[in-house]
Design a protein. Structure first.
Length: 165
């Protein structure tokens, strides 16, 4: 006969983990609509105050830099011509108050001349999160293009390799 207190403790642990995973997925699902709608505040709120977005060769430090990226001329040109920032289903690792998501991303752009869309960029992303008093937030995001580089493959490998003993 199982100890009911232990069963309840285990169920609470499992529910918290599920809630954490859902919250992390929601952050990833929010990024595209926030940047594609040109909404800097929701995009910036995903990060901690000192969060970093490393999208080689540009490295953005803090929410103000993310806001500037969303409102910047290049980004505004992309979204006004038709753009979709798509996130793939992530590989998630949750360890207490920290988490890591590794996912593919694509930037799809509208080609007005052919009335079609094309994939402009395909990358791999490593999102690092911390649980804060405001819930989960991004501390660091690394985005590397899948251009055959070893760095992009290493981001993928880190997500699926067994930890060294």
């Amino acid at each position: 006969m199982p100890d009911h207190d232990q069963v309840i403790i285990e169920l609470q642990r499992r529910v918290r983990e599920l809630e954490d995973r859902l919250a992390l997925l929601q952050i990833l699902a929010t990024y595209g609509p926030a940047v594609d709608s040109g909404s800097p505040a929701p995009a910036a709120r995903l990060w901690t105050d000192d969060g970093v977005y490393d999208t080689d060769p540009t490295v953005l430090h803090g929410r103000a830099a993310i806001t500037d990226m969303v409102t910047g001329e290049l980004h505004q040109q992309l979204i006004h011509s038709g753009a979709a920032h798509l996130q793939g289903l992530p590989h998630l690792e949750v360890a207490g108050d920290r988490a890591v998501a590794t996912a593919y991303s694509q930037l799809v752009l509208r080609d007005e001349a052919s009335d079609s869309y094309r994939i402009w960029r395909t990358g791999v992303n490593r999102w690092e999160f911390i649980r804060t008093e405001n819930g989960w937030q991004v501390t660091h995001r690394v985005n590397r293009q899948l251009d055959g580089s070893a760095e992009a493959r290493e981001l993928l490998r880190a997500a699926v390799d067994e930890p060294a003993d």
